[in-house]
Design a protein around this ligand. Structure first.
Ligand SMILES: NC(=O)c1ccc[n+]([C@@H]2O[C@H](COP(=O)([O-])OP(=O)(O)OC[C@H]3O[C@@H](n4cnc5c(N)ncnc54)[C@H](O)[C@@H]3O)[C@@H](O)[C@H]2O)c1
Ligand SMILES: Cc1ncc(CO)c(C(=O)O)c1O
Length: 310
């Protein structure tokens, strides 16, 4: 199967527009649905921006792709062959939206969820056809991170898995097929890193600026070329044994959200969306940072796509 002729993105906040832009570039007729007209109006702009970024990246483009934006779920799902749900990360909301979707699509349509880590098998019982339900975890920004986790639940049919892997391949992304686990693989690794980062900041071991420099240039840059398994070989498994023997027991092992983060939430310091989070942003600075991030990711994507995979 290639990219579905008609696809629907349900929920168009941070992730929906970039997902839609990726599918449109691959030739799909995409319907973007959101419950909020205001969110949808913003999404049209973000979609146009993401499409422009994909033009800059310059990868393959299949003719015939298009996007329409609607607050009418029936219109969004009529004739759709593939649905990706990207509403907020609340299980009850997702279950109710998934049920709504299932009632309006054909029996053979794949319904995928972009959940960041809610187990697929926890949501599947809310559906009549759990065999066609699967996790499809895009990474942010979805139009620039060419990897998607594919997570079957207990009831997902093998044909659903195979079709989703084909869909992901068809727009040139790397599918990563996983066994189901809370948080999935990407976020388990990311949240292990972030837990340690927040602890190091909280203990005053390092400044935010120095931490970002260390992780970007010491870890991020290296890991963008060499995966962690290969890194173990490059460093030496014996070295890992020697260091992990004394270091692992020192690493942060807290199981709750750190208090320092809870305090920031209480103070409304959410990051880019409130101009203050871990850093503080003056007028225009958030837009400038977003621009720099996009330019950096575009440059890195072009370079990394042109080198031999390690
Ligand atoms: N933000 C990220 O970095 C990121 C990355 C990967 C995965 N995800 C996951 O993707 C999903 C969406 O995340 P997001 O960051 O785009 O969320 P968001 O809050 O930015 O956007 C969600 C959108 O869903 C809409 N919505 C709410 N209820 C709805 C309903 N009943 N029907 C249709 N639309 C509805 C909202 O109006 C909003 O526009 C979540 O499960 C999240 O965990 C997020
Ligand atoms: C902090 C954080 N949490 C979740 C996700 C995706 O599920 C991301 C991301 O970048 O994709 C993230 O940065």
């Amino acid at each position: 199967m290639s990219v579905p002729e008609i696809a629907t993105v349900v929920g168009s906040g941070t992730m929906g527009p970039g997902i839609a832009a990726t599918l449109v570039r691959a030739g799909a007729e995409v319907r973007v649905y959101d419950i909020s007209a205001e969110a949808l109006a913003r999404a049209e702009q973000t979609f146009a921006f993401a499409s422009g970024v994909l033009d800059q990246v310059g990868g393959p483009k299949v003719d015939g792709g298009s996007a329409t934006f609607t607050t009418d779920i029936g219109e969004a799902l009529a004739g759709s062959r593939f649905v990706i749900e990207a509403v907020p990360e609340k299980i009850e909301l997702k279950e109710s939206v998934l049920k709504q979707i299932e009632r309006l699509v054909g029996d053979d349509v794949i319904i995928a969820t972009n959940t960041s880590g809610i187990p697929i098998s926890d949501m599947a019982p809310s559906l009549e056809r759990p065999g066609r339900f699967i996790g499809m975890h895009w990474s942010n920004p979805p139009h620039l991170i060419p990897m998607i986790e594919v997570i079957p639940g207990d009831a997902t049919e093998q044909s659903t898995v195979d079709e989703l892997v084909d869909i992901v391949n068809s727009f040139g992304y790397h599918p990563v097929l996983e066994k189901e686990i809370a948080g999935f693989v990407e976020n388990r690794v990311l949240y292990a890193i972030l837990r340690e980062c927040v602890a190091l900041l909280d203990e005053g071991i390092v400044t935010p600026e120095a931490l970002d420099t260390c992780v970007k240039w010491g870890i991020g840059y290296k890991l963008s070329v060499i995966g962690p398994t290969r890194l173990l070989d490059m460093a030496g498994v014996d070295i890992y044994a020697a260091v992990s023997g004394y270091l692992n027991k020192q690493l942060d092992a807290s199981t709750d959200t750190p208090q320092v983060i809870k305090d920031k939430i209480a103070a409304g310091e959410l990051g880019f969306k409130s101009s203050k989070g871990m850093y503080e942003y003056g007028p225009g600075e958030v837009d400038a940072k977003r621009k720099d991030i996009t330019a950096g990711l575009v440059a890195a994507l072009k370079t990394l796509s042109s080198i031999t995979p390690v």
